[in-house]
Design a protein around this ligand. Structure first.
Ligand SMILES: [Zn+2]
Length: 269
């Protein structure tokens, strides 16, 4: 049962990852995500079923288009694989693997909701990394859906109180807005403000503090490495959305443990 669940969750993640690739690419060229059918971006040849099997097609075709032999971007297999792994991590986070007794409400309310949140985070992670932009077409619907999910009475979903949702979304929202205004959008953009608000709605207070902390620490470390290796200098921009989406995912997985550890460390608990 455990092995079967792992395989199903991973394969489901691969398939969703393949869809996320389509969303990421078509957002940029303002194309509908349903039609036309998937095609090679280089030769425009429509791809058949065998060309679209997540990860495996890429390996089987040795990273080249079957029709024009030009290179396929490694973004495709990477996003697919990472989505599969991320879904597995969500599975291990929310399902008691010693006692797999999946009832339908748990699947529906915990796994599917977090699969949705993780998918949104992955889209923004990749899109901001590639284009230094957080698309409104993703962030606005995501905020609306996150609000609805948090308001629904879902017994199996780890509920966050209304106060903690409001505080959790306003802290990054207002903090980032100040940074945007003070720096005249040099440190952060308007997209980061909306993303901060969304991440607060996903993890709530106090976990959002963990996400912010992780994002700043990881950002500082990457910045130092890039400056030392002379790949970038202090004037270069870093896609903060990429950092915050990663940090929010880490917080979904480990936020509670980190907070408990910290309170223990302070001797409060
Ligand atoms: Zn091609």
């Amino acid at each position: 049962m455990l092995i079967l669940s792992i395989i199903i969750v991973f394969v489901f993640g691969l398939v969703i990852g393949s869809f996320l690739n389509v969303v990421i690419n078509r957002l940029n060229i303002h194309q509908n995500i349903i039609s036309p059918r998937s095609y090679c971006p280089k030769c425009k040849h429509t791809l058949n079923f065998w060309d679209l099997i997540p990860v495996f097609s890429y390996i089987f075709l040795k990273g080249k288009c079957r029709y024009c032999r030009k290179k396929i971007s490694w973004q495709y297999p990477l996003v697919e694989f990472v989505t599969g792994i991320s879904f597995l991590l969500i599975f291990f986070r929310f399902v008691d693997i010693n006692n797999i007794n999946l009832d339908f409400t748990v699947i529906l309310e915990q796994l599917l909701i977090y699969f949705f949140f993780v998918s949104i985070l992955i889209i923004i992670f990749v899109y901001d990394l590639k284009h230094y932009l957080i698309p409104n077409k993703i962030i606005y619907p995501a905020i609306l859906i996150a609000l609805i999910i948090q308001m629904l009475p879902l017994p199996a979903y780890p509920n966050i109180s209304i106060q903690n949702l409001i505080i959790g979304s306003l802290i990054p929202g207002i903090f980032f807005l100040i940074l945007v205004l003070v720096s005249k959008e040099r440190w952060m953009g308007a997209g980061d403000v909306k993303l901060g608000f969304l991440c607060g709605l996903i993890v709530g207070f106090p976990n959002i503090l963990v996400a912010l902390f992780i994002s700043f620490v990881v950002g500082a470390l990457i910045g130092i490495i890039l400056i030392i290796s002379k790949k970038k200098d202090l004037k270069d921009k870093m896609p903060y959305g990429t950092l915050l989406t990663f940090a929010t995912f880490a917080t979904i997985l480990f936020g509670n443990q980190i907070i408990n550890w910290y309170l223990n460390f302070l001797g409060i608990m």
